[in-house]
Design a protein around this ligand. Structure first.
Ligand code: G3P
Length: 225
């Protein structure tokens, strides 16, 4: 399961990119709006941070398929080849996905709440399908189960699409999906920051350093003892 950053806060992206093994960055219009900056300015800055080989996902805004295709062409023109165009998984979106697939543009089907949407997106040629785990949970359903069902549908039907699960509020939701080997999870920087936040870990590492410094001298390490 690839780990992807779901954010448009360039400072936070730079930090998380530096520390963790991330495959790229996803955004959506609401995430971009939080930056308060021109969308392509932010997206180009994110592209510069992650480099040309990492995945960058940006969403179309148009309501109709023709407009979605135009949005997608601009997104790829501005942000380069390894850009996935996020297309909402509703009827106009499926029509756009088929057209984009024919043009060889990479697609992330988004706004997925049901396995049926996932199935249709995969059949329309999407490379990724993004179920919204936490939002599904908040509706009283099981977001993990929906993501796993879509994963199973792809495997059992040889549909070359992967689940890119989105909308996480805690690390347990992410880890639960990792166990099923889905394609990717995209997670906000604030949630990734809490992946390894545990006093027991910090205490263990501090005790090692303290004991070593007792053996040698304060401030020494293996390269300087
Ligand atoms: O793009 C989809 C995902 O980022 C939604 O996350 O936290 O708004 O439910 P959230």
């Amino acid at each position: 399961m690839k780990l992807i950053i779901d954010d448009a806060d360039v400072k936070a992206i730079r930090r998380i990119w530096d520390y963790y093994p991330c495959a790229g960055v996803t955004t959506n219009p609401s995430i971009l709006a939080k930056s308060g900056r021109p969308p392509f300015e932010v997206l180009r800055e994110i592209r510069a941070i992650i480099g040309p080989d990492a995945q960058l996902h940006a969403q179309v805004i148009a309501r109709e398929a023709d407009g979605m295709v135009k949005d997608a062409e601009r997104i790829v023109r501005e942000l380069g080849d390894n850009t996935y165009v996020k297309v909402p998984s509703l009827p106009e979106g499926f029509k756009a996905m088929k057209a984009l697939h024919a043009k060889g543009i990479k697609i992330t089907a988004t706004a997925i709440y049901t396995p049926m949407q996932g199935y249709l997106a995969g059949m329309c040629g999407a490379q990724y399908a993004a179920p919204y785990v936490n939002r599904i949970d908040n509706m009283g359903y099981d977001g993990i189960k929906v993501a796993c069902e879509i994963h199973e549908i792809y495997k059992k039907n040889d549909i070359p699409c992967e689940v890119l699960a989105a909308s996480f509020k805690n690390s347990q939701q992410v880890l639960e999906l990792c166990k099923y080997g889905i394609g990717a999870a995209t997670v906000a920087c604030s949630v990734i920051d809490n992946f390894v936040k545990n006093a027991a870990i910090d205490e263990a590492v501090e005790a090692f350093i303290h004991d070593f410094e007792g053996l040698t001298a304060k401030g020494t390490t293996m390269s300087s003892c």
